[in-house]
Design a protein around this ligand. Sequence first.
Ligand SMILES: CSCCC(=O)C(=O)COP(=O)(O)O
Ligand SMILES: [Zn+2]
Length: 226
Amino acid sequence: MKTDGMRNEFTAAGTSVAEFSRALYARGWMPGTSGNLSVRLPSDDGRTALITASGRDKGSLTAADMVTVHATTGELLTAGKLKASAETAIHAAVYRVTAARAVIHVHAPYATVMASRTGESAGTAVLPLERFELLKGLGLDDPSGTELPVFRNWPDVRTIADEAAAYLSAHPDAPPGLLIADHGITTWGGNLAQARNRLECLEAICGLIVLGARHGGTDPKENVTR
Ligand SMILES: CSCCC(=O)C(=O)COP(=O)(O)O
Ligand SMILES: [Zn+2]
């Protein structure tokens, strides 16, 4: 049975998730009901996560469009008609193997373009990210460079989640984000604002790489003339 405290916590967290979702939608990163967000609720040591319901318009979400799931298994805990996001398994994988308290998945264009280019080979591909000042926004021990993993967009989302969990377990220094080929980007952090900031950095870096390539090379530095 839900206590008043639990209900208040659910409503506060849901209101915050909905606000972040509407803002990300307004940037064009969640077209056509795409994208999903989650946070771990503090009351039971993060055992429960609140996640956006599947198939909702992410530009008009409210706290009523959320469900609760077991944070590390993704098992649905909320009774009712709403289904948890189709990509809950990926959120649960991130919560299993990282210290994340919030996860954001969007279909931001530049990240998706870069995922499309690098995700064609077998196994986990990686997108090398180097030199950009924005790498400092990812909280890496060494912000001079990193590799962003790119997972295949397997039809069964649990396969993507399993591959992501295995990769992140084996690469504790990996950046707080991953790409899904021909699909989108997922980022995470200690709270929604941090996950969103990291998403902004990664989308901006992907944008710089795409723009650099468009001007004749994959190294944007080559475009600088003095
Ligand atoms: C129309 S987008 C297809 C599903 C998807 O990729 C996505 O991000 C949204 O799925 P959800 O179940 O969370 O609405
Ligand atoms: Zn998606």
